[in-house]
Design a protein around this ligand. Structure first.
Ligand code: ADP
Length: 529
């Protein structure tokens, strides 16, 4: 027997229809690379996206074709998201910070047909054009080119029809090992992710929200913000440049209440605040994810009365998996305990299930006791099943996706990450968490950045060393670091050596690249080894 309710497919074009109908005059502000600013509305974004579908049709783009973008955060980029999916196409956001061989691989692997790009990335286009074999049309977002292109249309058309399980977006992981891998989101998965992502326990959006997304639209679907924001008619404030002064100025002038970015973005903002004595204005909610939010960051924001949503996720999880929201007993906790809670990675959104399994046998589930660490696995309707064009499923048993992260789950369901599977250090048969060592080191005032890697040791198999970048003018010594660590970690976790370097290598998404760091220290010998 079938139920008796209406057919209303979960296609993401419903989001923009809703935004235009119910929040049509709500603004989308953009600060452009040349310093100019423009304002549009959800109503106009929808009309422009419809025009874009007409323009794409004239280029011969068909349902299922990949439409790529190489662009920063701005309103035309937002239009192109809805234009690409509106024709039934698959939006492929390319990260301009990738290396040339990765850029070559992903555009060809995705078989992109059209590429929309920022003028600032023209050198990349010039370099890559001979290597990109499938892209037939290049359209610049600037110089009036994009506007002229869609301006020739009237928008009198309809969104392409299709199934809610059709693909709508393709994002590649940065591929710290091997080639990048494509994650192919569906309309349905994206819609469910958007609906869950805007809830109070997550990003906490409503019609009053003014959102400055610093997380790029080319990284992990911009944490789903362009979709979720439409569902609530959020006012978006975009900046095509990542200068903290510009971001702060926008925050104050536009009354920003919500912002989202990786820890380094918040760090740069703090430096700006320290230099100018300014505050964060009306900011209510700081969303931090992509890598662990350091304690001092959480503390500083919370002291300023800002709620910190510390989120864990990955491209393969659309990306939101868990978010730190106040627990039921929040008001009974001391400030310190509240900070402790937020430093963990939070609890699963409705729609995501998590478990930790043995690192040696990835099907044996471990207790949620806050002590036993294991490999983190997830499942749910917006979690990857299979990488784009892969022959085999990416799940371990047809259900659970192995994230490559290592952590513990506390009895109340809070996830706490302790490492990446590839980065844990096994010393004398026991696991050492590189993340905990790094966190302890990062809380030393003179330390700008710290990364911990395992070095071969004949007796212990591996021993940790800590690689440190000092803050400018800081005179912190190895002894001082060890003294500090001794107060925070088990004795046998103490790094065998502290090495000072000028710079620690980072990957295309701004995270520390342990792979490159390990490569740098490949021939390193421990003194007693
Ligand atoms: P890439 O591998 O391309 O950088 P993602 O941006 O998808 O891809 O990175 C996902 C990884 O980032 C996670 O598997 C996890 O290791 C790390 N990560 C994300 N959020 C957090 C967080 N809040 N705390 C610690 N690590 C995080």
């Amino acid at each position: 027997m079938l139920g008796a309710m209406q057919d209303w497919d979960l296609r993401v074009t419903h989001l923009i229809d809703h935004a235009a109908r119910e929040h049509g005059n709500r603004e989308i502000v953009t600060h452009w690379a040349d310093g100019s600013e423009t304002r549009t509305t959800w109503g106009e974004v929808r009309l422009d996206a419809l025009k874009m579908t007409q323009a794409l049709r004239k280029l011969g783009v068909q349902s299922g074709d990949r439409v790529a973008t190489l662009a920063m955060n701005h309103s035309r980029h937002l239009v192109s998201w809805y234009g690409a999916v509106g024709i039934g196409g698959v939006l492929h956001t390319i990260n301009p910070r990738l290396f040339d061989d990765q850029l070559e691989y992903i555009a060809n692997h995705a078989e992109d047909q059209v590429l929309l790009f920022d003028k600032a990335f023209t050198p990349i286009i010039e370099r890559m054009k001979p290597k990109w074999t499938t892209i037939k049309h290049y359209i610049c977002f600037d110089n009036g080119e994009f506007e002229d292109w869609i301006g020739a249309e009237d928008g009198q058309t309809e969104w392409a029809k299709g199934d809610e399980r059709d693909p709508c977006m393709l994002c590649y992981t940065s591929g710290t090992t091997g080639n990048p891998k494509g994650v192919l989101y569906e309309h349905r998965s994206t819609m469910l992710h958007a609906i869950s992502g805007i809830q109070p326990h997550s990003f906490d959006f409503d019609a009053q929200a003014v959102m400055l997304p610093v997380v790029p639209m080319f990284h992990a679907a911009s944490w789903g913000l362009p979709w979720g924001g439409a569902a609530c008619g959020v006012k978006f404030v975009y900046s095509a440049v990542n200068d903290p002064k510009v971001l702060h100025d926008l925050m104050i002038r536009e009354g920003v209440t919500h912002s989202a970015g990786v820890p380094t973005v918040w760090l740069a903002m703090f430096q700006h605040l320290d230099a100018t004595g300014a505050d964060l204005g009306k900011l209510k909610q700081a969303i931090i994810g992509g890598s662990a939010a350091p304690r001092f960051m959480v503390e500083r924001l919370m002291k300023a009365g800002i709620r910190v949503a510390h989120a864990w996720g990955m491209t393969e999880t659309s990306p939101i998996g868990t978010v730190g929201a106040p627990s039921h007993n929040w008001d009974e906790l001391s400030f310190e305990e509240q900070v402790d809670n937020v430093c963990k990675q939070g609890r699963p959104l409705f729609g995501v299930e998590i478990r930790v399994v043995s690192l040696d046998d990835n099907t044996v589930e471990l207790p949620r006791d806050g002590k036993t660490s294991g490999a983190l696995q997830v499942r749910g309707p917006w979690i990857i099943k299979r990488y784009f064009k892969a022959e085999e499923d990416a799940t371990v048993d047809g259900q659970w996706f192995d994230t490559g992260d290592v952590g513990v789950i506390h009895p109340d369901g809070t996830l706490q990450l302790t490492d990446r599977t590839k980065d844990v250090i096994k010393s004398g048969g026991e696991w050492i968490s590189s993340v905990e060592l790094e966190n302890a080191a990062m809380s030393i005032p003179g330390v700008a950045e710290a990364a911990c890697i395992g070095i071969y040791h004949p007796k212990w198999d591996e021993r940790p060393i800590l690689v440190v970048v000092k803050k400018p003018d800081a005179d912190v010594t190895a002894e001082a670091i060890k003294d500090h660590l001794a107060q925070h970690i088990a004795k046998w976790w103490m790094p065998d050596a502290i090495e000072f370097v000028a710079e620690i290598p980072h990957g295309a998404t701004g995270k520390i690249s342990k792979k490159d760091l390990r490569e740098q220290f490949r021939d390193y010998k421990l003194v007693d080894a």
